[in-house]
Design a protein around this ligand. Structure first.
Ligand SMILES: [Zn+2]
Length: 397
């Protein structure tokens, strides 16, 4: 009897988030094999714009018996408009048995009424991890940094600290000092849930530092902010810094206390320009659940000045990479919410202040028609290489 009890206790399924990027709201046990898991979600500094799409947890003590996990508490708000949430039948989670290899779960159903996404898992091992999309944490970036930091064409600056005291990094990749060479700025992971953009960043950086890419380093100075929101990534956040400020809004404000991340990144751009340098193209890469597009600089492409560049970038990406836009090239508005401060994206703010030709790219995490599947890590990394080739081609003529 005691032995039986002990083995029952040992085999009890438990759910954990006590690791970097781990995140869930309330965990409710319906039965030994059925749990309701609230997606925690986060809101901004005014308790608005709740977004509930990042979850990342570990299951321990699973047997080979099927488990049912209901992902709930999904509805939210985006740019002040309510929605049913970003977790749907189109965005099944990824699952991993080693924390390295991830694949999309194929057995799930979506109930739009509650709404909830029910996962049916027949565990292959006692321990496994589940996430909204393949995680990329500060530890993942640190591993990349260890591999590349001795490269002679790699240079690192610390440009500031986050609210939580983490370093904000600016990496420069270039070879030689041809003064007329072009400059391309890349920003990854302004929003912490968007891990796909970090995998693209990793692919971009590895390509730029490869032996075959010497020409890319000779022709272009690459300025890269590899991870714009280290605090959010660490806590498993969504799109706000530790004080609730959306790191791809608020670029019309300078507040080093409430949003030191934006201030540091903006100052790095400002100092670069004020030192007599130029920026030929800036791109911030993002993920959405369902949409994919490229958005050029405001003011209809800088009153037309940047339109040829924008059209070149869009055409090369559309024709030569797995970028699968849902519509034509578009241009940013002056702000995301007219009349309200704190609502400019990075490209809007930097255009207003410095006339930087900035681009925003969104890539969907759902089905990509060019790939014919849901994008995985290898495809993101590969796209990173394609991206830097395409941008260099568009800028160096
Ligand atoms: Zn984003």
């Amino acid at each position: 009897m005691t032995l039986l009890l002990a083995s029952l206790l040992l085999s009890a399924v438990t759910i954990h988030t006590d690791f970097e990027g781990g995140c869930l709201g309330q965990i409710q046990k319906v039965s030994d094999s059925h749990f309701r898991l609230a997606v925690k979600g986060e809101s901004d500094q005014d308790h608005r714009n709740r977004q509930a799409n990042w979850y990342y947890f570990r299951v321990d003590g699973a047997s080979s018996q099927p488990l049912t996990l209901d992902m709930v508490n999904l509805p939210g708000e985006y740019n002040y408009k309510p929605n049913r949430g970003a977790v749907t039948k189109d965005t099944p989670p990824v699952i991993s048995y080693d924390g390295v290899h991830w694949e999309h779960l194929k057995t799930f159903e979506y109930d739009p009424k509650e709404p909830k996404l029910t996962l049916h898992i027949r565990p292959q091992k006692a321990t496994f991890w589940v996430a909204h999309c393949a995680p990329y944490t500060n530890q993942t970036l640190a591993k990349l940094r260890r591999e590349i930091h001795n490269s002679p064409d790699f240079h690192e600056q610390k440009i500031g600290k986050t609210v939580g005291g983490r370093d904000l990094l600016l990496w420069t990749i270039t070879h030689g000092d041809n003064k007329s060479k072009k400059t391309i700025w890349l920003m990854f992971r302004q929003h912490s849930w968007e891990s796909g953009s970090s995998w693209v960043g990793e692919g971009a950086i590895r390509t730029l530092l490869s032996d075959e890419s010497r020409k890319l380093r000779e022709e272009v100075i690459w300025k890269i902010i590899p991870l714009c929101d280290p605090d959010g990534v660490a806590r498993g956040g969504v799109r706000f810094n530790a004080n609730g400020f959306d790191l791809n809004r608020n670029w019309d404000l300078v507040d080093p206390i409430k949003m030191p991340e934006i201030t540091a990144q903006r100052n790095a751009v400002k100092q670069w320009l004020e030192s007599g340098n130029h920026i030929d193209l800036l791109l911030s890469l993002h993920n959405t659940e369902m949409n994919e597009y490229l958005e050029g600089p405001p003011d209809n492409g800088g009153n037309g000045k940047f339109k040829p560049l924008a059209e070149r970038v869009f055409q090369i990406l559309s024709q030569q990479t797995t970028f699968a836009p849902a519509g034509p090239l578009r241009y940013a508005e002056e702000t995301t919410t007219p009349g309200k401060p704190g609502r400019m994206t990075v490209t809007q703010g930097l255009y207003r202040d410095f006339k930087v030709p900035g681009f925003l790219m969104e890539q969907r995490i759902s089905y990509n028609a060019k790939l014919g599947k849901l994008p995985d890590i290898a495809e993101r990394v590969k796209f990173g290489g394609e991206l830097v080739q395409a941008l260099a081609k568009a800028v160096v003529q």
